[in-house]
Each structure stands twice: as C-alpha cells, then as structure tokens.
Design a protein around this ligand. Structure first.
Ligand code: UD1
Ligand code: CA
Length: 436
C-alpha cells in the first residue's frame, strides 16, 4: 500500500515531571517512541517523526536504533503549536507523501499493526479512530449525527453538554494526502489553548461534504501515556504480552505475574522460569532453568540452571553450568562448572569440570584496575578461597579451603595458604569463666 506514517512526538510531556523527554521513557526496557516506530515500519517504509522539545536528543536515540529508516521533521513550534501545527508548513512531508497518511502519536506504545489495519482498510478520505471510554476526561469528544462524525471538541473548549459525550478521539487518523494538504493551511488557533488543532480538520471536511469514517478502537491499546502512573500500567500490559509470547513459544513460567522480562530478552529451546525472576537487556536463555528471584542482565545462559537468588551481571556466558543461591557472576565465561553457593565470580574464565566451593571470591579489583582470573579444567577450589587476580590456575589444581591465592599454579599442584591452627586447652573456660 502507498502509505506514509507520521508519528507526532513534539510535545513536551510536562505531566511526566521528568528531564527525560516523554517519548524516551521506557517500558520493558524499550523507549515508548521505538514501539511506535517498529509498528510504523511494519506498515510502511516511509516513516516520519515530528519533533520539537529536546529534538536532538530524541533524534539521536532514534538514529542509534533505526539508522536512516525514519525521517525527522522539526515543528515550527513558536509559530505553529499544536497537533495541526506539527504538520503545517512542512514541504518535506505533505506534498511528497504517499496517497495515504497514517497519523500516530509517539506516546502510544501498545498499538499493534493488526489493529491499525482496521483503519487502513477503510476507503473514506478521512478515517478517525475513536474510543468508547468510561473516563473521557481530558480527551477530544467526537460529535456525531446519524452515526456521521461532525466535529471534535477539545476538553478545554467543551460545554458541559459536550463533556458528557463518552466517544473520544484516539488521536489516530488516516487521511487521503490530498485532503490533508487542502485543509491544513486553513487551520486557525482560535481556541482555548491558542494551538492549531489537527482535530479541526474534521469540521472543515464536513463543511465541504467529505465523509468521515470512524473506527472503534480498544481503549487499552490506544490510550496514550501522559504520566508515570500510565507508564507503569502500560508496562504491565506489555509485560503480559511478552510473557504470553514466551509461553506460547514453549517457556514454562511459574507465577508469571511476578516475572519481569524486557523486550530484548530471547528464549530458545525448553526453558523454565520461576517466580520473581527478572531478565534484562540483550539476554539469551536457552534450554535452561532459572530459579526463583534470580536476576540476569545482558548475558547468555545455555543448558544451565541458575539460582534461586543468583545475580548474573552483564557479559556473562554460562553454559552447561550449575549456579546456586547467592552467587554473583559478572563478565565471565563459565563452561560446564559448578558454583553452588555464595560466590563472586567476576572477570573470570572457568573451564570444564571445575568446582567452585562455597564462599569463593575472585578479588578482581585492586582499587585501581580490574584483573582476570583464569581457571582451567577439573580444578577444585575449596570453600572460602580468595583468588587474587590477575591469576592463572592450571588444569587439575586442588586448592585447600580458606586459602588466599595470589600465585599461579601448574598442572597437578595442591595450593594451600593457611596460618597454623593452635588448640589452647581449656581456653573456652578461661574466656567464659561462668560457664563451667
Ligand atoms: C490530542 C487530540 C485529542 C485526542 C488526544 C488523544 C488535538 C487538538 N487533540 O489531544 O482530541 O483525544 O490527542 O490522545 O489534536 N504533539 C506535537 N506537537 C504539538 C502538540 C502535540 O507533535 O504541538 C504531539 C505530542 O507529542 C503527542 C501527540 O501530538 O504525541 C498528541 O499530543 P497531546 O498533547 O498528548 O494531545 P492532546 O492535545 O491532549
Ligand atoms: Ca496538548
């Protein structure tokens, strides 16, 4: 279809009460605007974004992800504020656009392409997405006569009678480009907000006999995000979608409502995820079992079991491995090992068959720099050992419990560093004089 998509994202988003532009706030780890761009790109390869507030920051963020697949326009906000103003005087857009233009808002991340198809399949020159809302406050009300759309009145311009109308404007439209081009220059700002309202196009079209079609849309999907309460509600809806997708692909989830996964997380093969697990960033979980309340970020977990209550930090690659409770791993490559309890493995590489005892710590930071710990195959690291990096432990090394290791080993060594134990006879009773 010859379709152009315009995403309006110039507004300041003051109700977010944030120095971050509204459309760069995230749900499930991804910027609000990026969801709209992804949906737009599913429908068209001619996608435009209108920016003004913190335009440079928003544009840079978009370009980092989408490259040159989207085009940017800066609204002349000083002279033409408002949703109509966003499209006015834009010679780079309106005359060159395809025959149809879909207008989206940058703060509606839950919209899906199939829902937009309902609007795109209509033939009228103006198609308006409407919502039957129980709480229409703040939205433009849609006036209809004999089922035909007559006008949209903004809350701030509405009479008490109009405010009772529960059919609201979603802010999503499909225009025949020639109709939009014809009426945009006729918009004025004679209203309570002194803005150029895109919604005024409707009454101009009606006056000239154009038919306006309205399509009812789902409120959950099409309500925009204006504050941080709506941000959190949208995130819950997105989370439910991501979890359902994962489960449909074969992931077992226990108490799914307690599991947090980001959009960029991938599952492969058969996985089991227990309650309270959080998985962030560019993470792959493949044929693995993640036990309750573990946290994983920007890592790959393959054929392994993790947790409960383990913390896997960025850039960890864990394969055929057992990680138990209260183990923290960071920037490490673990292949076919066991680390069952209470350890910190940072900047390390540990090979097949090695066993990491309870309480083992890689001392990777000397106060100035990070250093690596390399442990070979079939190494046994006794409990409560400190491995002072940089350190290389050869294959088949045995390390006695409670050792502080700072010298490399060679194959077959037994390493032990402990002070001699003294047994002082009756020392207990000397100390606790009253306990005999
Ligand atoms: C607008 C509609 C209203 C509808 C509501 C749905 C108008 C006049 N009103 O309300 O009927 O019920 O959307 O959410 O259109 N934007 C710009 N430039 C601007 C102003 C806004 O690009 O000068 C962008 C915003 O970034 C946002 C979108 O347009 O993505 C909608 O703006 P917003 O202020 O949220 O909508 P309202 O004017 O409240
Ligand atoms: Ca507004």
């Amino acid at each position: 279809m010859a379709l152009s998509v315009v995403i309006l994202a110039a507004g300041s988003g003051t109700r977010m009460k944030s120095s971050t532009p509204k459309v760069l706030h995230k749900i499930c780890g991804q910027e609000l605007l990026f969801y709209s761009i992804e949906t737009a790109l599913e429908l068209s390869d001619d996608v435009h974004i209108v920016l003004y507030h913190q335009a440079q920051r928003v544009q840079e963020a978009c370009e980092a992800k989408f490259g040159d697949r989207v085009k940017f326009h800066i609204q002349d906000f000083e002279n033409f504020p408002g949703t109509g103003g966003a499209l006015m005087n834009n010679r780079a857009l309106i005359p060159t656009a395809h025959s149809k233009i879909l207008i989206l808002n940058g703060d509606m991340p839950l919209i899906t392409a199939p829902s937009l198809q309902k609007l795109l399949s209509c033939s009228s020159p103006v198609v308006l997405g409407v919502i039957e809302s129980k709480n229409p406050y703040g939205y433009g009300r849609v006036l209809r006569q004999d089922c035909k759309v007559q006008a949209i009145i903004e809350e701030k311009d509405a009479s008490e009678e109009v405010k009772k109308i529960c059919t609201i404007n979603s802010g999503i439209y499909v225009f025949a480009t020639e109709v939009l081009a014809k009426f945009l220059p006729r918009l004025d700002n004679h209203n309570a907000q002194k803005e150029y309202y895109l919604t005024d196009i409707i009454k101009l079209c009606v006056a000239e006999g154009y038919e306006i079609e309205s399509v009812e849309l789902d409120e959950e999907e099409f309500s925009g995000i204006n504050d941080k309460i709506q941000l959190s509600s949208a995130e819950e809806i997105m989370l439910a979608r991501l979890r359902e997708k994962a489960m449909r692909e074969g992931v077992i989830m226990h108490l799914p409502s307690s599991i947090y996964i980001e959009k960029s997380v991938r599952f492969e093969g058969e996985c089991e995820i227990e309650q309270g697990v959080q998985i962030f960033g560019e993470t792959l979980i493949k044929d693995s079992h993640i036990k309750a309340h573990s946290t994983i970020r920007d890592s790959q977990i393959i054929s392994s079991d993790i947790g409960p209550m383990a913390h896997i930090r960025p850039n960890s690659y864990i394969q055929k491995t057992h990680i138990g409770n209260f183990v923290e791993v960071k920037n490490s490559k673990l292949y076919s090992i066991k680390a069952g309890h209470l350890s910190y493995l940072g900047d390390s590489e540990i090979d097949e068959g090695s066993n990491i005892g309870a309480g083992v710590i890689t001392c990777n930071y000397d106060g100035k720099q990070k250093h690596k710990t390399k442990i070979g195959k079939n190494v046994f690291v006794g409990s409560d050992t400190q491995l002072i990096a940089p350190l290389i432990i050869a294959d088949h090394t045995l390390i006695g419990a409670g050792s502080t290791i700072r010298k490399d080993s060679k194959e077959g060594d037994l390493l032990i560093s402990r002070s001699e134990q003294k047994n002082l006879e009756n020392g207990y009773f000397v100390f606790f004089k009253d306990k005999k």
